[in-house]
Design a protein around this ligand. Structure first.
Ligand code: SAH
Length: 476
């Protein structure tokens, strides 16, 4: 290591920044975050610093730097665009053994500033020793994604319990084991989903009961997996996928996404394919309840968004009735994913001022919709589960006033490498469907916006010869 990583306490202590431009302003912001008492020496200030000065949040010496400015301060940052001034600050500070940083000039620094991920009081610092600040920022971005924004709140919560835990678990190993369970289990999840009070109660209870009863209550994460491309998962979805004990998933969750689930998690496939429900909805609801009651962290993973044609509501109703903790994580719904990847904006100032998502498949297999409301000019209609109802939907949309020439797109296996987009009109869609070997899932988009596909399609589609079903994973 070329540098020793340390965190310096500067709260209410005098810090000096030489320079009044935007780079200096960034450093001032950091020092202020750590509650330093900041003085800026610079003939002029940029707007941002001027505002801080006017608000009484920093001191300002409106002149060139002088040696006397270094007196008293605990650290100094030089951020001017004049090399000679930066060198002078560095030299004088070194002579006084005062920690000094010169922006973008590691040779003149006695300390360098890392890229940080701030989840105060948790702070992660990343440094490449000055060799590539851009690389440090890239690493930081990756970490930002995998560390929940609420980690700070979690740290604050557990801080208040340290003494109690110490007393309850005098043995270091036992104590560490306890904290590991807490920081990865329901207490942490309660904090992340904004239920600090419950988390606190749960932690208190865990401390009281832990030695007698090491079981923690289970919980269910109802998570939207998006339409297929794993890149479209949310950070939260990914994190929960990697900590669940059991994963209950259905057909619309793509194999590429299942690859990201924790390796040693138990996997349960519950269907459902058209006309052959692998597991009845009732049984799925009960399965979730049973698994959670066994103390497991259960991930209920669903394609798209769990609250859009996903029956997610029914599943959590049962959990709520049983008093089981759960949280819901939204996913990108098929309409959003498919339209984006097909280059078909769902709304457009010239063609569509509203957009409706409907299901083309009712419980009894029929299609019975309010066609009058759907067959509207300047409106995009997205049909989920519409392939089998396509004959009805084309007929009814025309019968209720849409021109037969209204453009239609059928998106097959949207957002996956197997995505294909077929365009047609209301009166030619059935011919297109008949002439192609179409694999589920498919989404049908009706409306003038479909014409934009020719211009805006950006995803390269595979040769149809290479095309195959991808929504089939393990035992499905
Ligand atoms: N909750 C899901 C929808 C479940 S209903 C969501 O929010 O997306 C299942 C229907 O969604 C399928 O019949 C199909 O119409 C549509 N669908 C889901 N994923 C799709 C995909 N990758 N490509 C095309 N359609 C998809």
């Amino acid at each position: 290591m070329d540098y020793l990583p340390i965190f310096i306490q500067i709260k209410n202590r005098p810090c000096l920044v030489v320079g009044g431009g935007s780079i200096a302003a960034r450093k001032v912001a950091l020092l202020r975050k750590a509650q330093g008492d900041v003085t800026v020496v610079a003939p002029q200030l940029c707007d941002e610093l001027e505002k801080l000065k006017n608000d009484g949040l920093i001191r300002h010496q409106a002149r060139e730097f002088e040696e006397a400015d270094l007196a008293e301060c605990v650290l100094v940052i030089a951020a001017t665009n004049q090399r000679a001034v930066n060198e002078q600050v560095s030299e004088l500070a070194h002579a006084q053994r005062l920690p000094v940083n010169v922006v973008d000039n590691p040779d003149l620094c006695s300390f360098i500033m890392p890229s940080i991920i701030d989840r105060s009081p948790v702070v992660i610092a990343v440094s490449t020793g000055g060799s590539s600040p851009v690389l440090a920022r890239l690493i930081r971005t990756r970490l930002e994604g995998s560390i929940p924004a609420a980690y700070g709140r979690l740290a604050k919560l557990v801080e208040g319990f340290r003494d109690r835990v110490k007393a309850a678990f005098p043995d270091v190993e036992a104590r560490r084991g306890f904290w590991e369970k807490i920081l990865e289990g329901p207490v942490a999840e309660r904090v992340f989903s904004g239920h600090e009070d419950e988390a606190e109660k749960l932690l208190g209870k865990a401390i009281d009961e832990q030695s007698a009863n090491p079981e923690m209550p289970g919980e269910v994460y109802l998570v939207g997996a998006g339409p297929g491309d794993p890149d479209l998962l949310t950070f939260r979805a990914l994190r929960l996928m990697q900590q669940a004990d059991v994963v209950v998933y259905d057909r619309l969750v793509s194999p590429a996404i299942m690859e990201l689930v924790r390796r040693d998690a138990e996997i349960v496939y519950v269907g459902k394919e058209r006309d052959k429900h692998t597991m009845q909805q009732e049984n799925i609801n009960q399965l979730l309840v049973r698994l959670a009651k066994e103390g497991k962290r259960v991930l209920r993973l669903k394609g798209g968004d769990p609250f859009i044609f996903g029956r997610g509501g029914e599943e959590i109703e049962e959990l709520a009735a049983e008093g089981i903790a759960f949280q819901v994580v939204p996913g990108i719904t098929a309409a959003n994913g498919c339209s984006a990847y097909a280059g078909i904006p769902l709304t457009h100032r010239d063609y569509a001022q509203s957009c409706v998502f409907v299901t083309g498949h009712l419980k009894d297999g029929s299609v019975d919709l309010n066609w009058k409301a759907l067959a509207h000019p300047n409106q995009t209609v997205v049909f989920y589960m519409g392939l089998h109802g396509a004959p009805t939907l084309c007929k009814e949309m025309i019968a209720h006033g849409l021109p037969a020439s209204t453009p239609v797109a059928l998106v097959e296996q949207g957002t996956t490498p197997q995505q294909r987009v077929y365009t047609a009109t209301l009166d030619t869609l059935l011919d297109v469907i008949a002439s192609k070997d179409i694999k589920p899932p498919t989404l049908i988009i009706v409306g003038e916006v479909v014409n934009l596909h020719k211009k805006l399609a950006w995803l390269e589609e595979k040769d149809s010869a290479e095309k195959e079903g991808v929504f089939a994973y393990r035992n499905s």
